[in-house]
Structures are given as C-alpha cells and as structure tokens.
Design a protein around this ligand. Sequence first.
Ligand code: NAP
Length: 465
Amino acid sequence: METFIQVVYFLAAVLFILGLKKMSSPVTATGGIVWAGIGMAAASAVAFFEPGVFDNGTNVFLIILAITMGSAIAYITAKRVQMTDMPQMIAIYNGMGGGAAAAIAGVELVKMSGGQHAMDGTTQVLAVIGALIGAISFSGSAIAFAKLQGLMNKTLRLPMHMILNLVLFALTLIAGAIIGFGDSPSILLIMAFFAMALVFGVLFTTPIGGADMPVVISLFNAFTGLAVAFEGFVLQNAAMIIAGTVVGSAGTLLTQLMAKAMNRPISNILFASFGSDGGDVQDEDIEGSMKEVQGTDAGIMMAYAEKVIIVPGYGMAVAQAQHKVAELAQLLEKRGVTVKFAIHPVAGRMPGHMNVLLAEAGIDYDNILDLDEVNPEFPTADVALVIGANDVVNPVARTNPDSPIYGMPILDADMARHCIVIKRGKGSGFSGIENHLFYADNTSMLYGDGQKAVGELVSGIKALD
Ligand code: NAP
C-alpha cells in the first residue's frame, strides 16, 4: 500500500509540473489547469489510504465535511467572481493555503509539546519555519483581500511602524528558535509564536497601497508554496514537497517579473507608498492640448487604415469592453485592415489580465503580441487605439528621468501615425501621473466608458457599408 501511495503522489507531482508548463501559453492554459486539478484530486484521494486515517471515524467525517464545504464555497465563488475581482480571489485562496500549512505545523508542534510525537531535529526546525511563513502569508493575504475588496480603504501606518515590525519579527524569530531547537516547548510559547507571526503578517501588509497589492499577493503566493514544501518534509509527503517548491519558485519568478516590468525594486514596492488608486491627476505644465474626436469619425479613420494596433489596459477590464473590441477587430479585418493587439506585461492589475480578457472574447492568439514583438511595429501602424491604458503608454517613462515611472518599458503607441485614446475623462492611471501622450499632436481623445466608446467606433465603421 505504501508503494501505491508514493507512486500516486509522484504522478500527482508530475501532473502539477506538466500542468504549470501548459499554463505558460494561453493556447494550452485551460488544459494545464485540468491536468494540475487531476493531480490535486489524485493526491487528495490517496491521502485517505495513509495509515491511521480510518482509525477514528470522527476524523474521516470531519475531513469529508471540510472537503465538501471547501469545494462548494470555491465552486460558487469562482463561478460568480468578476474578472476585475480575480486578484482578491487569488489572495484569499492563497492565504488559505498558507493558513493550512501553518495549521499542519501547529498540530505537529502541539503533539510534540504533549510528548506524543517526536520529530527529528531538522524536521522540527522546518516545521517552525513553515509555520512562520504560512502564518504570515495567511494574515497578510487576508489584509490584501480586504484592501482589494474595498473592505479596508486606508493604508494603515502606525507611528514607528518599521521599527515596530522589526521588533515583532525579531521576537517571533526568538520564539521560533526556542520551539525549533527545544525538547518540549510549552503550549503557551507555541500560541504566542503563532499570534506574533499572524500580527506581523497584518502589520507588514497594512502600509502597502491597494494598487501594489498584486505584487504583494504574488510574493505571499511564493511564501505559501515554501510553507507547504516545509510542511511536506514534516509529513514526509513528496507531493507536498514538490508542489510547494514549484509554487514557491513560480511565485518568486512572477514577483520579480512584475517588479521588473514596473521598473521598481521589490523593496520599493514593499516599503514605500506608491501610486494612486485612480484619482484625478495633479496639474502639470505640458506643451500641447488634448484634442477630442467623435466616435464615428475615429471609426472611419480606422476603417481606411492599413494597420491598426489595439493597446488594452485596466480601463478595458473595468468597462468589460473586450467583446466589443473583438467585434471591432473583426469588422476591421473584414475590410482588409491588419489588426494586432499589444500587451504590456503589467497592463491591468494582474499578470496576464489582458490576455485572459482577450482570450475570453475569442481574439486569435497569433494577433496578440508582447511588448518586444510589437514595439517595432508601431512606426508602421496607421492607428494605435489605446483603450483604458495609461501608464503603459506614457512616453515620460522614456524621456523624463525625474518621473516615478522613468525606465519602465512602455508600448510605443506615440510612434504610430495617429493615436486614438479611449478613457472617461481626466482620471489618472495607477501611478497617478500625467500622461504626455494625451497632449501629443498625433493623439485624439475619445471620451466615454470603454464599452460605449468602442460601440461608437463599431457604428461608425458599419455606417460605411
Ligand atoms: P492604468 O495606468 O491604471 O490606467 C487605466 C486608465 O483607464 C485610467 O487612466 C482611466 O482613466 C481609464 N479607465 C478606467 N475605467 C475606464 C472605463 N470604464 N472606460 C474607459 N477607460 C477607463 O492602466 P494600465 O495602462 O493598464 O497600467 C497598469 C498599471 O497598473 C501600471 O502602472 C502597472 O505598473 C500597475 N500594476 C499592474 C499590475 C499587473 O500585474 N498588471 C500589478 C500592480 C500594478 P479615466 O478614469 O479617465 O477613465
């Protein structure tokens, strides 16, 4: 039986890795999720064959009850969630993973404290490290969820916040060291250790602005992976070790990728307040003026173009305009216009945000280009249509060393012959700074909600037939 269990865990781990590999392309991503899901189901099912599970009828009942409740809640919430609310859903699910890893460590440490169960020295230390990381990830992710869900609007910074955090973290580490290296730690000390780790997770997250939360969530995701891997050593469970390590490294790489695409060090994201959550921009002296265009006129301009590049951003997600955008692209292609989509790595509010929306609307993946592929194409495009994007097309990132986004790679929409920008008014982007593209000679502003404005473009083109 033991061999059978280990073989299934091994196969589950292989399915996780292959599933993750398939998730790296939108074409194969759905299959990847199914593969990883089968792996998870197999690992969960075989856990019932572990020795001792059926020794006590109540345990099995509780396990099945927890699985049923968890699956029902996950199914209902995942069905109902809006695409724009996806980051907070990931935050809360991720937090649950960290909490579960911390809970496993908690049970093992309490057993040890009662003298029921002896761990070898290394395992004991790993249990404590996993508990620490998992508990921080749990409470930090809960705060990230509350912020993104609008349940907690303020960034909370106490007097001497950083020092308080450092002292709390040092005390948690000391308590952890006593538990990790001690023979029979007291229950009180274990409880104090968990309480301090949970409070640290809260205090670590409260000063970070809501707009930076996706990066923080990705970091907590990496933490959860590590915590699960450490607890895998404690339970001698190969599937947990491998899955946790894969999640830990994927989360770390994603965090780095997001920070690089925003051209900000991770320390700046975690310890400096940055960005607005979409208020109006401050006045700034800029040469030129914004020129308004009517939807039908802009539609006609696009209908007679040879090449149009569409740049979607956060506003397209807010307006849920992806289906109208797909209709627009189809109409233009029917008229012989070449249409491409330009995706910035941090467009929207989570990695892959735009890819998912465009895929949902049925856009051909071959026409969706990454920053490096598409930038050389802007100078030969007749029209760049920017829909609800702001920071990712702001030319100051190339030109003004004093700008907070200086150095961030951007999509060169300003280099197209003509640029049409759809947005509702003077609202800022995530960074809260003025966008010089909107004032350029070759830019026209089409004001209105994204879905309505693209509808006007569509009507303008249809009127030509
Ligand atoms: P953005 O800079 O946040 O700008 C979005 C624009 O959309 C706003 O200027 C807003 O202007 C407009 N808008 C909002 N609702 C709209 C609607 N219903 N219809 C039409 N327009 C609407 O977006 P972005 O260019 O996609 O850039 C993303 C930013 O988020 C970057 O600064 C990035 O660093 C940051 N970020 C991204 C991630 C990620 O993983 N993707 C994570 C963290 C941070 P109006 O209010 O005037 O309409």
